[in-house]
Design a protein around this ligand. Structure first.
Ligand code: DAK
Length: 263
Protein backbone atom coordinates (compact mmCIF):
# COMPACT_ATOMS: atom_id res chain seq x y z
CA UNK A 1 0.00 0.00 0.00
CA UNK A 2 1.24 3.48 -0.81
CA UNK A 3 -0.77 5.69 1.52
CA UNK A 4 -1.84 3.54 4.47
CA UNK A 5 0.29 1.81 7.07
CA UNK A 6 -1.13 -0.74 9.47
CA UNK A 7 0.66 -1.91 12.61
CA UNK A 8 -0.43 -4.36 15.26
CA UNK A 9 0.65 -4.16 18.92
CA UNK A 10 -0.88 -7.11 20.75
CA UNK A 11 -4.61 -6.44 20.70
CA UNK A 12 -4.37 -2.91 19.25
CA UNK A 13 -4.31 -2.01 15.55
CA UNK A 14 -2.89 1.33 14.41
CA UNK A 15 -3.90 2.68 11.01
CA UNK A 16 -1.90 5.66 9.73
CA UNK A 17 -2.97 7.72 6.73
CA UNK A 18 0.42 8.31 5.19
CA UNK A 19 0.37 11.02 2.56
CA UNK A 20 2.17 13.81 4.40
CA UNK A 21 3.14 15.79 1.26
CA UNK A 22 -0.55 16.57 0.76
CA UNK A 23 -1.21 16.81 4.51
CA UNK A 24 -2.83 13.35 4.31
CA UNK A 25 -5.67 14.61 2.10
CA UNK A 26 -8.11 11.90 1.05
CA UNK A 27 -7.95 11.00 -2.61
CA UNK A 28 -9.60 7.92 -4.17
CA UNK A 29 -6.51 5.80 -3.63
CA UNK A 30 -6.33 6.65 0.07
CA UNK A 31 -10.00 5.77 0.45
CA UNK A 32 -9.56 2.47 -1.44
CA UNK A 33 -6.53 1.52 0.64
CA UNK A 34 -8.27 2.43 3.88
CA UNK A 35 -11.22 0.30 2.85
CA UNK A 36 -8.96 -2.66 2.08
CA UNK A 37 -7.05 -2.21 5.36
CA UNK A 38 -10.28 -2.30 7.37
CA UNK A 39 -11.36 -5.44 5.53
CA UNK A 40 -8.09 -7.09 6.57
CA UNK A 41 -8.19 -6.23 10.29
CA UNK A 42 -8.43 -9.50 12.21
CA UNK A 43 -11.24 -8.63 14.60
CA UNK A 44 -10.82 -11.99 16.33
CA UNK A 45 -7.52 -10.69 17.70
CA UNK A 46 -7.69 -6.88 17.54
CA UNK A 47 -9.94 -5.26 20.17
CA UNK A 48 -9.50 -1.57 19.39
CA UNK A 49 -8.20 0.47 16.47
CA UNK A 50 -6.38 3.80 16.42
CA UNK A 51 -6.64 6.02 13.33
CA UNK A 52 -4.06 8.77 12.92
CA UNK A 53 -2.16 10.76 10.26
CA UNK A 54 1.52 10.70 9.34
CA UNK A 55 3.71 13.65 10.29
CA UNK A 56 3.44 16.34 12.92
CA UNK A 57 1.20 18.81 11.15
CA UNK A 58 -1.91 17.13 9.87
CA UNK A 59 -4.35 14.37 10.67
CA UNK A 60 -6.27 14.76 7.39
CA UNK A 61 -6.55 18.15 5.60
CA UNK A 62 -9.78 17.10 3.90
CA UNK A 63 -10.78 15.48 0.68
CA UNK A 64 -8.25 16.04 -2.10
CA UNK A 65 -9.24 19.37 -3.61
CA UNK A 66 -7.10 18.82 -6.71
CA UNK A 67 -8.83 15.54 -7.50
CA UNK A 68 -12.28 16.93 -6.69
CA UNK A 69 -11.88 20.10 -8.74
CA UNK A 70 -12.34 18.35 -12.09
CA UNK A 71 -15.07 15.90 -11.15
CA UNK A 72 -18.24 15.69 -13.19
CA UNK A 73 -21.58 15.28 -11.39
CA UNK A 74 -21.45 11.49 -11.84
CA UNK A 75 -17.82 11.29 -10.72
CA UNK A 76 -18.59 13.52 -7.74
CA UNK A 77 -21.37 11.16 -6.70
CA UNK A 78 -19.06 8.14 -7.11
CA UNK A 79 -16.34 9.85 -5.05
CA UNK A 80 -18.90 10.77 -2.39
CA UNK A 81 -20.16 7.19 -2.22
CA UNK A 82 -16.63 5.80 -1.93
CA UNK A 83 -15.95 8.11 1.01
CA UNK A 84 -19.28 7.57 2.67
CA UNK A 85 -18.97 3.78 2.40
CA UNK A 86 -15.54 3.79 4.09
CA UNK A 87 -16.64 6.26 6.76
CA UNK A 88 -19.72 4.16 7.50
CA UNK A 89 -17.52 1.05 7.66
CA UNK A 90 -15.41 2.78 10.32
CA UNK A 91 -18.50 3.93 12.22
CA UNK A 92 -20.07 0.47 12.27
CA UNK A 93 -16.78 -1.40 12.61
CA UNK A 94 -17.37 -4.14 15.19
CA UNK A 95 -14.62 -2.90 17.54
CA UNK A 96 -14.05 0.64 18.86
CA UNK A 97 -12.03 3.07 16.75
CA UNK A 98 -10.13 5.97 18.36
CA UNK A 99 -9.20 8.95 16.20
CA UNK A 100 -5.84 10.36 17.37
CA UNK A 101 -6.06 13.75 15.66
CA UNK A 102 -2.50 15.05 15.25
CA UNK A 103 -3.02 18.39 13.52
CA UNK A 104 -5.39 19.62 10.78
CA UNK A 105 -8.76 17.85 10.68
CA UNK A 106 -10.55 19.88 8.04
CA UNK A 107 -13.53 18.99 5.88
CA UNK A 108 -13.30 15.26 5.19
CA UNK A 109 -10.63 15.12 7.93
CA UNK A 110 -13.01 16.37 10.57
CA UNK A 111 -15.66 14.06 9.12
CA UNK A 112 -13.51 10.93 9.24
CA UNK A 113 -12.65 11.67 12.88
CA UNK A 114 -16.37 11.91 13.60
CA UNK A 115 -16.91 8.45 12.10
CA UNK A 116 -14.68 7.11 14.87
CA UNK A 117 -16.06 6.23 18.30
CA UNK A 118 -13.76 8.52 20.30
CA UNK A 119 -11.65 11.54 19.34
CA UNK A 120 -8.57 12.74 21.20
CA UNK A 121 -6.19 15.32 19.75
CA UNK A 122 -2.83 17.05 20.03
CA UNK A 123 -2.61 20.66 21.15
CA UNK A 124 -1.83 21.77 17.57
CA UNK A 125 -5.04 20.23 16.19
CA UNK A 126 -7.40 22.38 14.12
CA UNK A 127 -10.92 21.28 13.28
CA UNK A 128 -13.31 22.77 10.75
CA UNK A 129 -15.81 22.26 7.96
CA UNK A 130 -14.59 24.77 5.34
CA UNK A 131 -16.79 23.41 2.52
CA UNK A 132 -19.17 26.35 2.08
CA UNK A 133 -16.10 28.48 1.32
CA UNK A 134 -15.34 26.05 -1.53
CA UNK A 135 -18.89 26.17 -2.87
CA UNK A 136 -19.98 22.74 -1.61
CA UNK A 137 -21.70 21.25 1.41
CA UNK A 138 -19.89 18.84 3.74
CA UNK A 139 -20.20 15.59 1.79
CA UNK A 140 -18.86 12.86 4.03
CA UNK A 141 -21.54 13.04 6.71
CA UNK A 142 -20.46 16.34 8.30
CA UNK A 143 -23.92 17.88 8.38
CA UNK A 144 -25.20 14.79 10.20
CA UNK A 145 -22.43 13.66 12.54
CA UNK A 146 -21.26 17.10 13.73
CA UNK A 147 -24.79 18.00 14.88
CA UNK A 148 -25.09 14.68 16.72
CA UNK A 149 -21.77 15.20 18.52
CA UNK A 150 -21.73 18.91 19.41
CA UNK A 151 -25.43 19.81 19.07
CA UNK A 152 -27.35 21.51 16.29
CA UNK A 153 -26.55 25.14 17.19
CA UNK A 154 -22.79 24.71 17.38
CA UNK A 155 -22.73 22.48 14.27
CA UNK A 156 -24.67 25.07 12.27
CA UNK A 157 -22.34 27.82 13.42
CA UNK A 158 -19.21 25.86 12.45
CA UNK A 159 -20.62 24.78 9.08
CA UNK A 160 -22.24 28.09 8.03
CA UNK A 161 -19.21 30.19 9.02
CA UNK A 162 -16.59 27.68 7.75
CA UNK A 163 -14.52 28.88 10.72
CA UNK A 164 -11.80 26.60 12.04
CA UNK A 165 -11.50 25.89 15.75
CA UNK A 166 -8.44 24.98 17.79
CA UNK A 167 -7.97 22.05 20.14
CA UNK A 168 -9.09 23.89 23.29
CA UNK A 169 -12.38 24.92 21.69
CA UNK A 170 -12.90 21.43 20.27
CA UNK A 171 -12.53 20.15 23.83
CA UNK A 172 -14.92 22.77 25.22
CA UNK A 173 -17.70 21.87 22.76
CA UNK A 174 -17.22 18.12 23.18
CA UNK A 175 -15.82 17.40 19.74
CA UNK A 176 -12.80 15.75 21.39
CA UNK A 177 -12.54 14.00 24.74
CA UNK A 178 -9.00 15.12 25.61
CA UNK A 179 -6.06 17.20 24.37
CA UNK A 180 -2.38 16.19 24.73
CA UNK A 181 1.01 17.60 23.74
CA UNK A 182 1.76 16.13 20.30
CA UNK A 183 4.39 13.68 21.53
CA UNK A 184 1.99 12.30 24.14
CA UNK A 185 -0.94 11.77 21.76
CA UNK A 186 -0.18 8.30 20.42
CA UNK A 187 0.92 6.94 23.84
CA UNK A 188 -2.37 8.28 25.25
CA UNK A 189 -4.34 6.70 22.40
CA UNK A 190 -2.60 3.39 23.00
CA UNK A 191 -3.30 3.57 26.73
CA UNK A 192 -6.98 4.23 26.04
CA UNK A 193 -7.10 1.39 23.50
CA UNK A 194 -5.40 -0.97 25.97
CA UNK A 195 -7.90 -0.07 28.68
CA UNK A 196 -10.74 -0.91 26.30
CA UNK A 197 -8.99 -4.10 25.16
CA UNK A 198 -8.82 -5.40 28.74
CA UNK A 199 -12.60 -5.50 28.99
CA UNK A 200 -14.89 -8.23 27.74
CA UNK A 201 -14.72 -7.95 23.95
CA UNK A 202 -18.24 -9.07 23.17
CA UNK A 203 -19.68 -6.74 25.82
CA UNK A 204 -17.68 -3.82 24.36
CA UNK A 205 -18.88 -4.65 20.83
CA UNK A 206 -22.45 -4.91 22.03
CA UNK A 207 -22.16 -1.50 23.76
CA UNK A 208 -20.96 0.08 20.49
CA UNK A 209 -23.86 -1.51 18.62
CA UNK A 210 -26.40 -0.48 21.27
CA UNK A 211 -25.23 3.15 21.32
CA UNK A 212 -24.95 3.45 17.52
CA UNK A 213 -28.26 1.77 16.73
CA UNK A 214 -30.14 3.26 19.67
CA UNK A 215 -29.26 6.86 18.84
CA UNK A 216 -31.15 6.63 15.54
CA UNK A 217 -34.48 5.39 16.90
CA UNK A 218 -36.94 6.46 19.60
CA UNK A 219 -36.38 5.46 23.23
CA UNK A 220 -38.94 2.60 23.20
CA UNK A 221 -37.14 0.94 20.29
CA UNK A 222 -33.71 1.85 21.67
CA UNK A 223 -34.38 0.10 24.95
CA UNK A 224 -35.38 -3.07 23.08
CA UNK A 225 -32.08 -2.94 21.16
CA UNK A 226 -30.25 -2.67 24.51
CA UNK A 227 -32.24 -5.54 26.06
CA UNK A 228 -31.36 -7.85 23.20
CA UNK A 229 -27.65 -7.02 23.29
CA UNK A 230 -27.62 -7.27 27.10
CA UNK A 231 -29.23 -10.73 26.85
CA UNK A 232 -26.65 -11.87 24.32
CA UNK A 233 -23.89 -11.30 26.89
CA UNK A 234 -25.28 -14.12 29.02
CA UNK A 235 -24.17 -16.59 26.39
CA UNK A 236 -20.52 -15.53 26.78
CA UNK A 237 -17.73 -16.93 28.91
CA UNK A 238 -16.73 -13.37 29.85
CA UNK A 239 -20.04 -12.79 31.62
CA UNK A 240 -19.51 -15.92 33.69
CA UNK A 241 -15.86 -15.10 34.38
CA UNK A 242 -16.52 -11.41 35.10
CA UNK A 243 -19.35 -12.03 37.55
CA UNK A 244 -17.59 -15.11 38.97
CA UNK A 245 -14.52 -13.01 39.79
CA UNK A 246 -16.67 -10.58 41.72
CA UNK A 247 -18.49 -13.29 43.63
CA UNK A 248 -15.23 -15.11 44.39
CA UNK A 249 -13.87 -11.75 45.67
CA UNK A 250 -11.03 -11.99 43.19
CA UNK A 251 -8.84 -9.09 44.31
CA UNK A 252 -7.61 -8.38 40.79
CA UNK A 253 -11.18 -8.13 39.52
CA UNK A 254 -9.87 -8.79 36.03
CA UNK A 255 -11.55 -10.84 33.38
CA UNK A 256 -10.01 -14.23 32.95
CA UNK A 257 -8.41 -14.37 29.57
CA UNK A 258 -10.89 -16.19 27.43
CA UNK A 259 -10.56 -16.78 23.74
CA UNK A 260 -12.69 -14.48 21.65
CA UNK A 261 -15.98 -16.13 20.78
CA UNK A 262 -17.54 -15.37 17.45
CA UNK A 263 -21.30 -15.47 17.44
N1 DAK B 1 -6.34 18.59 -0.92
C1 DAK B 1 -5.24 18.49 -1.67
N2 DAK B 1 -4.03 18.96 -1.30
C2 DAK B 1 -3.94 19.56 -0.11
C3 DAK B 1 -5.07 19.71 0.74
C4 DAK B 1 -6.31 19.19 0.29
N3 DAK B 1 -7.42 19.21 1.03
N4 DAK B 1 -4.67 20.37 1.84
C5 DAK B 1 -3.36 20.61 1.70
N5 DAK B 1 -2.91 20.13 0.53
C6 DAK B 1 -1.57 20.20 -0.03
C7 DAK B 1 -1.23 21.61 -0.52
O1 DAK B 1 -1.73 21.78 -1.82
C8 DAK B 1 0.27 21.60 -0.47
O2 DAK B 1 0.75 20.88 -1.59
P1 DAK B 1 2.04 21.42 -2.43
O3 DAK B 1 1.69 22.79 -2.88
O4 DAK B 1 3.18 21.41 -1.44
O5 DAK B 1 2.20 20.42 -3.54
C9 DAK B 1 0.57 20.75 0.75
O6 DAK B 1 -0.61 19.99 1.01
C10 DAK B 1 0.87 21.60 1.99
O7 DAK B 1 -0.20 22.49 2.15
P2 DAK B 1 0.01 24.07 2.39
O8 DAK B 1 1.25 24.53 1.70
O9 DAK B 1 -1.27 24.74 2.02
O10 DAK B 1 0.28 24.10 3.94
P3 DAK B 1 -0.07 25.30 4.93
O11 DAK B 1 0.56 24.92 6.22
O12 DAK B 1 0.28 26.62 4.34
O13 DAK B 1 -1.67 25.25 5.10
C11 DAK B 1 -3.80 24.18 5.45
C12 DAK B 1 -2.26 24.14 5.71
C13 DAK B 1 -4.42 22.88 5.97
C14 DAK B 1 -4.40 25.37 6.23
C15 DAK B 1 -4.04 24.38 3.94
O14 DAK B 1 -3.30 23.39 3.23
C16 DAK B 1 -5.49 24.23 3.57
O15 DAK B 1 -6.30 25.14 3.76
N6 DAK B 1 -5.85 23.06 2.96
C17 DAK B 1 -7.18 22.83 2.48
C18 DAK B 1 -8.07 22.52 3.64
C19 DAK B 1 -9.50 22.33 3.21
O16 DAK B 1 -10.14 23.25 2.68
N7 DAK B 1 -9.97 21.11 3.43
C20 DAK B 1 -11.33 20.79 3.10
C21 DAK B 1 -11.38 20.24 1.75
S1 DAK B 1 -13.05 20.06 1.25
C22 DAK B 1 -17.93 14.95 -1.20
C23 DAK B 1 -17.63 14.42 0.00
C24 DAK B 1 -16.71 15.04 0.81
C25 DAK B 1 -16.08 16.20 0.43
C26 DAK B 1 -16.39 16.70 -0.79
C27 DAK B 1 -17.29 16.09 -1.61
N8 DAK B 1 -18.91 14.33 -2.10
C28 DAK B 1 -20.06 13.72 -1.46
C29 DAK B 1 -18.76 14.34 -3.44
C30 DAK B 1 -15.12 16.81 1.30
C31 DAK B 1 -14.64 18.02 1.05
C32 DAK B 1 -13.48 18.53 1.76
O17 DAK B 1 -12.85 17.90 2.57
Amino acid sequence: MEFITYEVEEMIGIITINRPKALNALNSQVLDELNETLDNVDVNVIRALILTGAGEKSFVAGADIGEMSTLTKAEGEAFGKKGNDVFRKLETFPIPVIAAVNGFALGGGCEISMSCDIRICSDNAVFGQPEVGLGITPGFGGTQRLARIVGIGMAKQMIYTARNIKADEALRIGLVNAVYPLEELIPAAKKLAETIAKNAPIAVRNCKKAINEGIDVNMDEAIVIEEKLFGDCFETEDQKAGMGNFLEKDKEKKLKVVPFQNK
